[in-house]
Each structure stands twice: as structure tokens, then as C-alpha cells.
Design a protein around this ligand. Structure first.
Ligand code: VG1
Ligand code: CO
Length: 634
């Protein structure tokens, strides 16, 4: 093949968001649009990551993926890439891409140094819906902000891209290696089985035999919904072929370009069929629901865990996995290196970290921030409130891994009980967890596709409010007298403890009940006040690291503060989504810790309604957005 230089001009708005560039398909199909982004990525990487390198290119199979793969192959060839690895039919889940980068060795001994993942994750697909692309690094994780910023800068000035125009389209439906001769030598496209690497990795982490025993017990019933995303390709291999589940326990497990017209987001709103099957919807005639149900998003990195007529919040899920990992999952038998969560995720994990004396980190939203901690050996299990859970086996969240983790816990808790009268259920495990650690009532309200300017104004209004807490509290008291004062509010800022990079404006957080803590600690430690303000100035959690060096007992003190009131007693968080493709999405996260085990059994919407009411009125949600209700509640 020959290499052509194609002239182009920049497009506005090619800034990667929380997880890559996501836009409507009609935007991506414009001539040069995808090409500009791909070339800008090549130009942002060091030469050895491109010339002579091995790249993975695949995704969740959504509409436009097949065309995009052929374009990227031709551009990779022209840019001097040596090999492109493609999952059969262009399918690889996001966690499988991460596993392939880290684990796969080509027939000639080659290893991949990066990947283009073609997905818009939980966003719908099809000609009128979303497409997306993101770049992952040699550790298998999403490109850090340093790289995504560079990519964005490049998109603003790009004038040409390289293309092997005469390279024929490669058949990606058949497993084979196809070689081509280019001006700089050989170029190969290696189409391989999408699942085998990933299945091998899962088998090395979990005790498949004990899970198989659980799944074959007549008392245990199971159901998995892939929402027509790429998870289907893995679910059949793992749950049915490896673990012996019935085929009929798989729902929507045939990957489709448009996800069957659905919204491939595993939550109580969009995973309708599963929710009904699990007895969580009010249907007239209802068969006995399965004991365990789970769903995945389009690219299979998210998970929703359900018990019979029971919803497990993602924030609880990661805490429960962390609390039980060492006993139940062979990969963790030597202990956890540490745990981490994103800022809006509830503090359920913090409490487990304290009890088990584990290193703990709080990072901004988005999986890229966990990678550094894992590479530095500081974190084994981590999660986000947005149905993302995972571990250091790869550098992405992992939907099927989370299901296998839960099945492992269930298998462990029932290991001597499979013939008994009653199995320990998902609900039993969660309630027992609350009884031990207390419960973090939690909810998230999403206002999707609101006017972008209105969303920015709302956030700016909140930032302005944070400097006049008296005003905030008079508003709060005017709404509900039973809600405690807000004692501090700020924008979350993160300093990466490994590379020192700083991420600002990561969401607006309001805290309650702080002064109590201060007064309490004043009596314990003279410099508590100082320390307390230092903690504030750095934004909650990553303080631990910092203060360890300043004050020996900072860690203890810090935990006392957290434990006495629960995560510095966060009340609400507002942030703007970075994954939407149209307008803006405002997310409101509400949390309340309840230590008293006699009070942990309430309905969460009811328990949180005073806080929700205050947060909505305080932010003037309806005034700014014109919305009287959220699009989705989780
Ligand atoms: C959302 C979630 C975030 C998650 C991100 C990518 O981002 O809130 O926790 O990491 O999606 O997940 P945002 O900026 O829209 O809130 V996925 O499965 O879409 O790759
Ligand atoms: Co996803």
C-alpha cells in the first residue's frame, strides 16, 4: 500500500470527556471527523507507541463501528503501526480490551501498547444515536488527562492526516492474520477470538468450581441481562459454557448495533426486563423471581446487581465486595493492597477500609484516576456509584468481574449450605453488611439533556453560594427545619498521590455537621483545628496521604472524624456529566449515613426525601432547567 497525506481542517468540540469522545453518529460520519481525532491521538503519543507498535482496535459493536475499524486500520498502517489486533467482528468489551493489552501475546511474541476502544458505553446506539472513541494506554487503562488534553489541543490545529487509501478492507468476521506490504515493510491485521483472553483471566481470578456448584444448586436461580451490548458475547461463554448456567438465564445476550433500540444502561429505569423478572416492578402475574440477577451496559464495564426483589446500590456493592474479597476470591487471598472510590460514591467503602485497616483513596469521577493507584500497588478493589466496580486485574471497570465477585461471595457464604433449607441470599448479605458497618442511604438524580447554558449557570450559582454559608443556611432552614446546617461547601479538587497532577472543578460538594467534629477533636488533639482546615483545603480524602507526613496520628484522627459523622458528613454533590453527546446532564448525588442498626431498614427514597427537597430548592433546579423531575433516579 501507499501512504497518502489527506488535507483537513479542525472541528470544534473534539474534547474527550469523562471517558473519550462521544457524539451523535451523524457528527462522526462527517468526512474527516473520526480521522482528525485518530490522527490527533497518534500525534499526541510518543513515536514508539505508533511506529512499529501493536494496537488493539475494537469496541461494543455499535452502529458505525465496522466502518470506523476499517478507517483506523488504514490510518494505523499509514502512520507506521506494525500490527492491528481486532476482536472478531470488531467486538471486544472495554474490560476485555484492557485484558488484551495487558495479557495477550501475539504468535510472533508481540505485545500491544495501546488501543482505540469504539464505544459510547451506556448511551444508545444506531444511526440516530451515539458513537464514541477513546484511547487506552499500555497499562490497559484510559489515557490520563495529560494525554487527552494533548489530543484535544491537536484537534484544534490539525491540517492533515495519513491514510493507506489503497489498503483493501480487511475481513474482520474471520479469525486470521492478514499481512500487507507497505513502504516501511510489513503490516498485519490479526483478527482473534473476542473472549478467550478474558475468559482465561477470569478463570485465574475466581474459583470457577465453587461458582459452578452454586449455579447448579436447584435452590439457586440466576439471570443475566446484557441489554444487547457486547457483554452477551462473554456471558454465554462464561456463565453457560464454563459455569453451567441455563441458556434461558441469559436475557438480551445477542450483541446488536442498536442495542435492540434500547438504552444499554444497567439501572432500574433502563434494564426494564430484568427489573421485572427480579420482582422489582409491579406486574400483575409474577413468577417467583430468580435469587440473583445482573445487567451490563453496552461495553460491559458496568454492572447492576440485584437479589430477589432487592436492589444493591453500586456504592454498597463495592463495599461488600471489598469486605468479603479475601475469603471468597482466590486472587485476593493474600489481602487487599488498598481500596478506592470516586468522590460522589457513598462512604460505605470508607467504613470497610477503616474496619479492615486498608489504605483508602477518593478520586474524581472516571476510571482513569484509579489506574495510577493500581500501577503503584496501592489499590486492589475500587468502584463508582455509577454501576462501575473493578479491581487491579485490569485498568477498566469490569461488569462481568463484578458478577463473578458476587457469585463468589454467595458461593462462599453458602458453601456448607447448598443442601440446607434456605440459601443465604443477596439481601441477607447486604442487610448483614448494614448491621455491621451501618448503612449509607444513597440516591442519584439525573437531569439529562438540559440546556447547556442553564446547567452551567446552576453550577456557577452553587459555587457563588459556597462563600455565603449564612445565606445557604437561611435558605435551608426556610425549606426544612429538620435538616442540619451546611458548614462547608466547595468544589472537589484532586491531587494524584502518585504523579502529583491536579484535577480541579470536579463537582460541588456540601457538607454538614462539621463543627461538632471540630469541637470534639479539639479536646483530643491540640492542633485538630489546624488539621481540620488542612483537610478541608485539600478536599476530603487524598488528604490522608499528605497528612501522614505531617502528623503521625493524622490517619487515626482523620478516621475518627469520618467515622463519627460519616464521610465528613457529605450531604449532596452536584456535577455535570462528561459523557453526554447532546446538551448537558446534571447529576445530583445525595447521601446519609445511619449507624444505628435499628434504623437501617428504611426505603432509601423516603429516608432521603428531606435532603433531596433541600438540595433541589437550594440549587434552584426547576428555575434553572425548567425540569420538575429528573429523567432517571438510581
Ligand atoms: C459517567 C459516570 C462515571 C463513569 C463514566 C464512564 O460519567 O458518572 O462514574 O466513570 O460515566 O462510564 P459522567 O461524566 O457522565 O458522570 V462508561 O460505562 O459510560 O464508560
Ligand atoms: Co460502559
Amino acid at each position: 500500500f501507499k501512504v497518502s497525506r489527506v488535507e483537513t481542517t479542525p472541528f470544534d468540540g473534539q474534547k474527550p470527556g469523562t471517558s473519550g469522545l462521544r457524539k451523535k453518529v451523524k457528527v462522526f460520519v462527517q468526512p474527516h471527523y473520526l480521522q482528525n481525532f485518530v490522527q490527533s491521538t497518534f500525534n499526541a503519543l510518543t513515536a514508539e507507541k505508533v511506529r512499529g507498535a501493536t494496537l488493539v482496535v475494537s469496541g461494543d459493536g455499535r452502529y458505525f463501528s465496522k466502518d470506523a475499524i476499517q478507517i483506523i486500520i488504514k490510518m494505523a498502517a499509514a502512520n507506521g503501526v506494525r500490527r492491528v489486533w481486532v476482536g472478531q467482528n470488531g467486538l471486544l468489551s472495554t474490560p476485555a480490551v484492557s485484558a488484551v493489552i495487558r495479557e495477550r501475546v501475539g504468535a510472533d511474541g508481540s505485545k500491544a501498547t495501546g488501543a482505540f476502544i469504539l464505544t459510547a458505553s451506556h448511551n444508545p446506539g444506531g444511526p440516530h444515536e451515539d458513537f464514541g472513541i477513546k484511547y487506552n494506554m499500555e497499562n490497559g487503562g484510559p489515557a490520563p488527562e495529560g494525554i487527552t488534553d494533548k489530543i484535544y489541543e491537536n484537534t484544534k490545529t490539525i491540517g492533515e492526516y495519513l491514510l493507506a487509501e489503497d489498503l483493501p478492507d480487511v475481513d474482520i468476521s474471520t479469525i486470521a492474520v492478514t499481512g500487507f506490504e507497505g513502504p516501511e515493510g510489513q503490516f498485519d491485521v490479526d483478527v482473534f477470538d473476542s473472549a478467550s483472553e478474558y475468559v482465561k483471566l477470569m478463570k485465574s481470578i475466581f474459583d470457577f468450581q465453587s461458582i459452578q456448584k452454586l449455579l447448579s444448586s436447584p435452590k439457586f436461580t440466576f439471570c443475566y441481562d446484557a441489554l444487547h451490548g457486547v457483554a452477551g458475547a462473554y456471558a454465554k461463554r462464561i456463565f453457560v459454557e464454563e459455569l453451567g448456567a441455563q441458556e434461558s438465564s441469559l436475557l438480551n445476550c445477542v450483541p446488536k448495533e442498536d442495542f435492540g433500540g434500547g438504552h444499554p444502561d444497567p439501572n432500574l429505569t433502563y434494564a426494564k426486563e430484568l427489573v421485572a423478572r427480579m420482582g422489582l416492578a409491579h406486574l400483575e402475574s409474577q413468577e417467583e423471581p430468580p435469587e440473583f440477577g445482573a445487567a451490563a451496559d453496552g461495553d460491559a464495564d458496568r454492572n447492576m446487581i440485584l437479589g430477589k426483589r432487592f436492589f444493591v446500590t453500586p456504592s454498597d456493592s463495592v463495599a461488600i465486595i471489598a469486605a468479603n474479597a479475601v475469603q471468597s476470591i482466590p486472587y485476593f487471598s493474600a489481602g487487599l493492597k488498598g481500596v478506592a472510590r470516586s468522590m460522589p460514591t457513598s462512604a460505605a467503602l470508607d467504613v470497610v477500609a477503616k474496619h479492615l485497616n486498608l489504605k483508602f483513596f477518593e478520586v474524581p469521577t472516571g476510571w482513569k484516576f484509579f489506574g495510577n493507584l493500581m500501577d503503584a500497588g496501592l489499590c486492589s478493589v475500587c468502584g463508582e456509584e455509577s454501576f462501575g466496580t473493578g479491581s487491579d486485574h485490569i485498568r477498566e471497570k469490569d461488569g462481568i468481574w463484578a458478577v463473578l465477585a458476587w457469585l463468589s461471595i454467595l458461593a462462599y457464604k453458602n458453601k456448607d449450605n447448598l443442601d440446607g433449607d434456605k440459601l443465604v441470599t443477596v439481601e441477607d448479605i447486604v442487610r448483614e453488611h448494614w448491621a455491621t458497618y451501618g448503612r449509607h442511604y444513597y440516591t442519584r438524580y439525573d437531569y439529562e439533556n438540559v440546556d447547556s447554558d442553564a446547567a452551567k449557570e446552576l453550577m456557577a450559582y452553587l459555587v457563588k453560594l459556597q462563600s455565603s454559608l449564612d445565606e445557604v443556611n437561611s435558605i435551608v432552614k426556610g425549606i426544612r427545619s429538620d435538616v442540619a446546617d451546611v458548614v462547608h461547601a466547595d468544589e472537589f479538587e484532586y491531587k494524584d498521590p502518585v504523579d502529583g497532577s491536579i484535577s480541579k472543578h470536579q463537582g460541588w460538594v456540601a457538607y454538614r455537621g462539621f463543627f461538632q467534629v471540630y469541637w470534639f477533636h479539639e479536646h483530643i488533639l491540640e492542633n485538630a483545628f489546624e488539621l481540620y482546615w488542612d483537610i478541608m483545603s485539600l478536599g476530603k480524602m487524598n488528604v490522608y496521604w499528605f497528612h501522614e507526613h505531617i502528623l503521625e496520628n493524622a490517619f487515626e484522627l482523620y478516621w475518627d472524624i469520618i467515622m463519627s459523622l460519616g464521610k465528613m458528613n457529605v450531604f449532596c454533590v452536584f456535577r455535570l456529566s462528561g459523557t453526554g453527546s447532546e446538551g448537558a446532564t446534571i447529576r445530583l448525588y445525595i447521601e446519609q449515613y445511619e449507624k444505628d442498626s435499628s434504623k437501617t431498614g428504611r426505603q432509601s427514597q423516603e429516608a432521603l426525601s428531606p435532603l433531596v427537597e433541600v438540595a433541589l430548592k437550594l440549587s434552584k433546579m426547576q428555575e434553572f432547567t425548567g425540569r420538575s423531575a429528573p429523567t432517571v433516579i438510581t
